[in-house]
Design a protein around this ligand. Structure first.
Ligand code: 6GP
Length: 801
């Protein structure tokens, strides 16, 4: 798209008048941001409108990505970049005396997810648009995003995230496309004389599902995809007047992300959320499809629906319902059509995250779906008990012991199932979903995750992006695989110096942010050692803390070590008290080391509050070390590992998730690996393990653990809880088992740091090897091998003015 800075100025002034009846100069920064976003939305509008019909008219297959979470991050800069107008707009803003970065920072990030799952969904939407796949997100428009995190006395405090307070400029409410979703009541099956069955609903609760659409602009592409999020409202003009309680029950569906499901009411709400966006999405897809095609039998030829983790797995039964009840297909044709349309990705091996619903709950909320799930279960058992035996089929079936197993439903109702890293897919096939993989071996494939280099490199890391342009030309901006060309420069001292300078610039910026946020003065000359991800026992932030306490003791004993700043950012789920105890621990350790003159300048800890996409954009480019230290066999893939590598951090990692493929890509001499493999962990679990003996044998470790309970760290009950989890409750996540090799690997990095060019050469190899983790490639593989929706010209068409 062509735009001059003069046009930018004119459009902005007009928008200020239109929106706020005030001149641009008079507006507060928040409104200046809104005016700019409004201009950008307008610029994208015609292409978006054309794209909506284009795909249908060309008969191009569309992908619908169903996910209960999306984390798009701030959109303004990303949209400008993708439209190809970042430079003129920034120049125009500067001419007007406005700071582009300050305006971008005015945007409220939609925190409609908890972490990796939601961020991956958004990266995939961005990537699909970039490679020319007609992609649509389908999710939930929560009134409140994930909580805003603050620390009070070192403890996490959760504040509501009222992200819509100032309205979201990017979304468009499409009230005319609303559909009705039904819950509860009774369903009777009416059979007419020809044997056709029609369900009759009595006393069902009707919910109005209103879509809000956001444009997903493809990088330098002439077309735009859509993220559609559904909002729950009472049906307007309904014949019955609803009580306040009935209205509240409806609006609760899209009020908050992830209600506390430790009680039945929370579980019920979660189930209602899941069905709500699945039913609304599928109803609107089928209705739209039939505007262009005659028969629903053609659905799989033109539509792929992807189930992102099990939260949308009810899609299997809901699509059956639509095909049977509303389009009157036979069971066999409906089933064939359903399976050929759906595919499923699993994102976790954690047992507590594998969803199951009590039959009573589901049957009460979704009586018609319960009938269909029973029939799916009955036919599954009938078909496979002969060949595979009762025992195996009982383990694989969707309905077992009064519970409905969503992963089983998803696998049975999909044509393809994938894990998100090689190891993860392997573990799915051999452990978690072993029985289903025995029955459907050909269904299981791997698709390792990816990240978008546009956000993490082009936007977040301008110094490195500029360096790449100079050293290898700008081709990498369209095809991340081109970054590989950087590998040849590893012996060029000028390139290594430039790389060090680029990293330094990012570290200076982050140091400023740390000072501003925590009041902590840090030196950009330190090693920036980063762990950013959800707070969870399996991710082992605790191991990192024990490493800090080891260094603390070493420094106090007079050892010399390169100065290191440990940076954490993480939210703990509000009801996960153990994770919250670890937050308290990190903040308390930070307090100790940051105030001890004996180590000051050599060891510091910064725990930045309120981790989200925007904060990650500040931290990732400034990282020297990327801590990926989960217990092997527990992290499905990880994606912060990929982002940090792309921006030139060296990975300190266990052989878990995608770390294994990162090691393959970069070579084992360019990554610091440590710890047990997944197989060794499994063997150790069986053999038994004595953490107390390990602690006893290592004086420093023993001292660190003692600090948890001897008053040197004022931790309250958190210290005892953590101490006992490690030494009394058998250290479920094998923190102590991997401790010695973790310290060793970390010390190897200390050694490397003393040789700046040696360090930079390793960082350079990491950047050069990161191209294969581009989400563009990942979605191309999904499109080719799962969705069968690769664009005809490989998505290589260029922007037309
Ligand atoms: C996460 C996995 O924990 C992470 O390893 C992976 O990189 C990410 O998904 C994207 O695939 N899983 C979730 O966030 C989750 O909620 C149900 O899984």
């Amino acid at each position: 798209m062509n735009l001059t800075k003069e046009q930018v100025s004119q459009l902005l002034h007009e928008a200020a008048i239109t929106l706020f009846a005030d001149s641009l100069e008079e507006l507060p920064p928040r409104q200046q941001y809104q005016a700019l976003a409004f201009v950008v939305k307008g610029l994208a509008g015609p292409t978006w409108a054309a794209a909506k019909h284009g795909a249908d008219e060309r008969g191009q297959k569309q992908v619908y990505y169903f996910a209960i979470e999306f984390m798009p991050g701030r959109l303004l800069a990303s949209n400008l970049l993708n439209l190809g107008i970042l430079e003129p707009v920034e120049a125009g803003l500067r001419d007007l005396g406005l700071d582009p970065a300050a305006l971008y920072a005015e945007e409220t990030e939609p925190g409609l997810g908890n972490g990796g799952l939601g961020r991956l969904g958004s990266a995939f939407l961005d990537a699909m648009a970039a490679v020319g796949i007609v992609g649509n997100g389908n999710g939930v428009r929560y009134d409140q995003g994930l909580f805003e995190q603050r620390f009070v006395d070192g403890y996490q405090v959760e504040l509501p995230d009222d992200w819509l307070r100032d309205a979201d400029v990017w979304e468009t409410r499409k009230a005319d496309r609303a559909v009705i979703v039904r819950f509860g009541g009774q369903v009777l099956l009416d059979r007419d004389r020809l044997g056709q069955i029609t369900p009759v609903y009595r006393g069902a609760e009707e919910v109005f599902a209103v879509p809000y659409d956001t444009a997903i602009i493809g990088y330098h592409q002439p077309r735009i995809d859509t993220m559609r999020l559904w909002h729950a409202e009472p049906v307007p003009d309904a014949p019955e007047v609803l009580t306040a309680a009935a209205r509240a029950r409806i609006t609760a569906i899209t009020e908050t992300l992830y209600p506390d499901d430790s009680n039945l009411a929370g579980q019920e709400l979660r189930l209602r959320q899941e069905y709500f966006f699945v039913s609304a999405g599928l109803q609107s897809i089928v209705a739209h499809f039939l505007k262009y095609h005659k028969s629903v039998l053609q659905l799989p030829k033109y539509v792929a629906v992807h189930i992102n983790d099990t939260h949308p797995a009810l899609a299997v039964a809901e699509l059956m319902r639509l095909l049977l009840d509303e389009h009157h297909l036979s069971w066999e044709s409906a089933w064939q059509t359903t399976v050929a349309t759906l595919s499923y990705t699993n994102h976790t091996l954690l047992p507590e995250a594998l969803e199951q619903w009590p039959v009573d709950l589901l049957a009460a909320q979704l009586p018609r779906l319960w009938q269909l799930i029973q029939e799916i279960d009955r036919r599954f058992r009938l078909r496979y008990t002969g060949p595979f035996g009762q025992l195996l089929v009982d383990r694989a079936a969707p309905v077992v012991d009064g519970q409905i197993k969503m992963a089983a439903l998803a696998v049975i109702g999909s044509h393809t199932v994938n894990g998100v890293a090689k190891l993860h897919t392997q573990l799915l096939k051999t452990q978690t979903l072993k029985e289903l993989a025995t029955i459907f071996p050909a269904r299981f494939v791997n698709k390792t995750n990816g990240i978008t280099p546009r956000r993490w490199l082009q936007l977040a890391d301008a110094p490195l992006a500029g360096l790449l342009d100079v050293q290898i030309g700008p081709g990498w901006r369209t095809d991340a695989r081109d970054i590989a060309a950087l590998a040849d420069k590893q012996d060029d001292p000028a390139v290594l110096d430039a790389l060090i300078a680029a990293k330094q610039a990012n570290k200076v910026a982050l140091a400023g942010y740390i000072q501003e946020t925590l009041g902590l003065r840090v030196s950009p000359a330190m090693i920036f050692d980063v762990q950013i991800k959800r707070m969870h026992a399996y991710k082992r932030q605790l191991l990192h803390v024990l490493g800090i306490l080891e260094a603390y003791q070493a420094l106090r004993a007079g050892e010399k070590r390169p100065p290191r700043l440990h940076i954490f950012a993480a939210k703990a789920a509000p009801s996960y008290t153990y994770a919250k105890d670890i937050i308290k621990l990190i903040n308390t350790v930070a307090d100790l080391v940051n105030h001890d003159p004996a180590v000051n300048g050599a060891l510091q800890v910064a725990f930045l509050p309120n981790y989200n996409v925007s904060l990650a954009e500040k931290i990732v480019p400034a990282a020297d070390i990327s801590e990926q230290i989960s217990l092997a066999g527990m992290e499905a893939s990880g994606t912060s590992n990929m982002k940090l590598m792309t921006d030139g951090a060296i990975t300190l990692a266990t052989l878990d998730g995608a770390n294994i493929e990162i090691a393959e890509a970069v070579g084992t001499s360019n990554i610091a690996l440590f710890g047990m493999t997944a197989e060794e962990v499994a063997a150790r679990r069986t053999a038994g393990y004595d953490p107390a003996a390990i602690a006893e044998a290592d004086p420093r470790l023993k001292k660190s653990l003692g600090m948890l309970i001897d008053g040197s760290l004022p931790l309250g009950s958190a210290g005892h809880t953590i101490y006992e989890s490690l030494l009394v409750d058998h250290d479920e996540y094998f923190v102590l088992a991997d401790y010695a090799s973790y310290i060793h690997a970390s010390r190897v990095l200390d050694q490397l740091w003393t040789d700046p060019h040696g360090w930079a050469a390793v960082a350079l190899q990491n950047i050069a090897a990161s191209g294969r983790f581009s989400a563009d490639d990942t979605v191309r593989r999904y499109a080719k091998e799962i969705w069968h929706a690769l664009p005809a010209r490989g998505g290589q068409e260029k922007w037309q003015n």
